[in-house]
Design a protein. Structure first.
Length: 238
């Protein structure tokens, strides 16, 4: 499990039950959580700790969009704090992201995906690497998140069969290496080996000078690799 040391999340939702349930899930994973029913009251009040990330429902984000815009554009203790909105998908998602928000997570909420996105935002804010267990986050999910964030850096994967490395540049996989194997063949080998478990470490940094061994867009590569793995697994019950 990734370390969430000193990671404080502010959950903002007018629905008491939704707010508390999400808070419990985050606390279970080691985050420090504060929850409030209104963003305005949170900003105007004096919180003991300024959050590392604000997670807010779409309803309140729309209602308080101007407040969030002011937080982005003025010198307040909340300036620079990443904001993640969750709710039903729709045109409002694009409108909210236009305010410079960091992410929109659609309902029904995939908590595992939200959890990793929060950890990525926390690590970016604290300029630290991210590490964790492949049992909690498969490589395909990791790559999708790093790609959606446009991250640059090195993902090191350790499995029972050895160690492999995946290089990202602005969210695109540009190279992969497992022993003497490289390119897409190395990616497939890593995906197969990771099915038996293992761990990963991601360190942010420029990979612009890495010698490219992968040239197709990451989205195309992942679709092809997922299909190969599905075919290898065979139909259900076989």
């Amino acid at each position: 499990m990734m370390s969430n040391a000193a990671a404080h999340i502010l959950v903002v939702d007018a629905d008491d039950e939704s707010r508390r349930q999400l808070g419990k899930l985050l606390q279970r994973d080691g985050f420090q959580v504060a929850d409030v029913p209104c963003l305005v009251s949170a900003v105007e009040s004096t919180l003991q700790v300024i959050p590392d990330v604000i997670v807010i429902s779409r309803f309140l984000a729309i209602l308080h969009a101007e407040v969030m815009l002011r937080l982005r554009n003025c010198h307040t203790p909340f300036a620079g704090v990443p904001i993640v909105v969750y709710g039903d998908p729709g045109e409002a998602a694009d409108e909210l992201l236009a305010f410079g928000l960091d992410d929109f997570v659609a309902l029904p909420l995939d908590y595992r995906f939200l959890r990793l996105r929060l950890r990525m935002l926390v690590s970016r804010r604290k300029a630290k690497g991210v590490q964790g267990d492949l049992a909690h986050m498969p490589i395909l999910d990791l790559v999708q998140v790093f790609s959606s964030f446009g991250r640059s850096g090195v993902l090191v994967v350790e499995t029972v069969t050895g160690k492999g490395t995946i290089y990202f540049h602005l969210g695109q996989i540009v190279a992969a290496q497992v022993g003497a194997v490289d390119g897409e063949e190395a990616l497939l080998e890593l995906l197969r080996a990771a099915g038996a478990g293992g761990s990963f470490t991601f360190e942010a940094g420029s990979c612009a000078q890495v010698v490219k061994t992968i040239f197709r867009p990451t989205s195309h590569i992942l679709l092809g690799l997922a299909n190969v793995l599905d075919e290898a697994a065979g139909p259900p019950g076989v």
